[in-house]
Design a protein around this ligand. Structure first.
Ligand code: PXG
Length: 479
């Protein structure tokens, strides 16, 4: 760093390998051997992974990843839906280095605070919808949702309604992996492991029109799907329901878009039964849908909002539970000590990086770019795949999109077993050097917000090629 550098800060050393970690592994085969020997991966079948070997990602820039063999791969998933400002941002490295030099760690417990945590909380209040004026910082979306569950139940207890404990969520909603939030999520396969769900969580059907109402007018389907919440509230008993949680667009459950009017109706039903509304914005937040938050896109006015991922573009772990005025006032005035928190809640370095990340989104107008330019371009390019024999539906908003594969378009016949065809297509994409995600038989994309038109062309071409390859494989896949 020279004296004339526009952003003064401590010099950032060249990324030399820290002692020890490249001495043992010299090749992809070495990395794979060590990985298989010791590492247990999230959401992975370890036996299958050991047989195949992981792809070792070694560096990244913009929307591109490189693996240990030097192959360049287009990251159509922004990591795990999180690297919104793209890879290789020196500003974020500088922000982290500056903060680590000044104050690498301190916490928010026992009547202390730090400038980055204070500044980030203020910034989040400024950019989220009106009425969310308090923030509880955590390290992950799971922890933020866990925090919200405890706060919502505590709130109702303070209101003299301790029996309001049930949180209603949706099938195939994903809210994280701790015992509580995996119970809250609607992934039945997750529930089967470890004796879940815990009590006081209920699930309604997701508003997946292509699957459950292809012949219904969207507005009618929206009313019907929101009505499933009212039915659940009435069957549980309105006096027992604490909150409803939903992602504005369901991400990990298969890119399920709310039909028009769905959220307005959900909001009305929550108000009618005085049920708190939680918008899980972990995927939709920070520009993904072309607005700052999915709640802006769908005019949701939640009592809580969950933020993570794009909050720091994944550069460091940081997340937040935004708390609405009604709940915050009660907790603050009458709640006493809230017995909850994590060592790293409000970690100053993570907060400094998150602040700089938000500032990049603002400075470069990335959210507007998604709404006005690059989002519509991705959606239009993907719609060109609609005539492919495997493609049942193309859906999305901004830079989040899903292409659902179907066995027979005219008979509206889905693949069985579910997921085999999608996984094959995902594997073909990967071999074509593009990362997309397969959720059941829906191909999902959520690239960094900085992606260019030519890079979108590359992504869509890779998917189109993978669709052809998958189509050729069908006889072998379905036997
Ligand atoms: N809410 C939503 C809506 C999420 O998508 C979480 C909460 C949990 O956040 P943490 O930070 O605890 O992971 C998520 C996370 C996938 C995938 O493969 C999706 C997530 C995480 C990992 C993989 O689609 N979403």
């Amino acid at each position: 760093m020279t004296a004339t550098s526009p952003s003064p800060g401590p010099a950032v050393p060249e990324p030399a390998s820290p002692a020890g970690w490249d001495s043992e592994a010299q090749s992809t085969a070495d990395w794979r051997r060590l990985d298989t020997a010791h590492s247990l991966h999230p959401f992975s079948d370890h036996k299958a992974l050991a047989a195949e070997g992981s792809r070792i990602i070694t560096r990244a820039e913009g929307v591109w990843l490189w693996d240990s063999d030097g192959t360049r791969i287009l990251d159509g998933m922004a990591g795990l839906w999180c690297v919104n400002v793209g890879y290789g941002r020196a500003e974020l490295v500088r922000a982290a280095a500056r903060q680590m030099t000044e104050l690498p760690y301190y916490n928010l417990f026992f009547k202390t605070a730090t400038p980055p945590a204070i500044a980030l909380s203020r910034k989040l209040v400024e950019i989220t919808p009106a009425g969310l004026n308090h923030v509880f910082l955590t390290n992950s979306g799971s922890e933020a949702n866990d925090t919200i569950i405890r706060m919502a139940r505590h709130f109702w207890a303070l209101q003299g309604q301790p029996e309001r404990r049930v949180i209603v969520a949706r099938h195939n909603g994903y809210h994280g992996s701790t015992l509580a939030v995996a119970s809250m999520g609607g992934m039945t396969a997750m529930h089967k492991q470890g004796g879940l769900p815990l009590p006081d969580f209920a699930h309604i059907r997701e508003p997946h029109q292509f699957k459950f109402g292809p012949d219904t007018a969207p507005e009618d389907f929206a009313r019907e799907a929101a009505g499933w919440l009212e039915e659940a509230i009435l069957s549980i008993g309105p006096g027992r329901v604490a909150a409803f949680i939903g992602e504005p667009i369901q991400g990990a459950g298969g890119l399920i878009m709310p039909p028009p009017g769905y959220w307005t109706e959900i909001q009305r039903i929550c108000a009618k039964y005085d049920v708190l509304l939680i918008a899980d914005e972990v995927i939709c937040g920070f520009g993904r849908t072309g607005e700052w938050f999915g709640s802006d896109t769908y005019q949701i006015r939640p009592d809580f909002m969950t933020l993570a991922k794009g909050l720091s573009s994944g550069y460091l772990p940081v997340a937040a539970a935004m708390v609405g005025d009604r709940v915050a006032a009660t907790l603050i005035e009458r709640g006493g000590e809230f017995l909850h928190g994590f060592t790293y809640s409000g970690h100053p370095t993570a907060c400094a990086v998150a602040l700089e990340n938000i500032s990049i989104l603002e400075r470069e107008g990335l959210v507007d770019r998604v709404r006005e330019d690059i989002g519509p371009y991705l959606q239009a390019r993907l719609r060109s795949l609609r005539d492919h024999p495997l493609v049942g539906e193309v859906r999305g908003q901004g830079l989040i999109a899903g292409v659902e594969l179907i066995r027979d378009k005219t008979r509206h016949d889905f693949f069985a077993p579910v997921g085999r065809v999608g996984t094959r297509c995902r594997d073909h994409c990967f071999r074509n050097n593009a990362v997309v995600r397969a959720v059941y038989d829906t191909m999902v994309m959520a690239p960094p917000l900085v992606i260019g038109r030519d890079e979108i062309d590359t992504l869509v071409d890779a998917l189109a090629h993978a669709l052809d390859q998958t189509h050729q494989d069908l006889p072998r896949l379905l036997d």
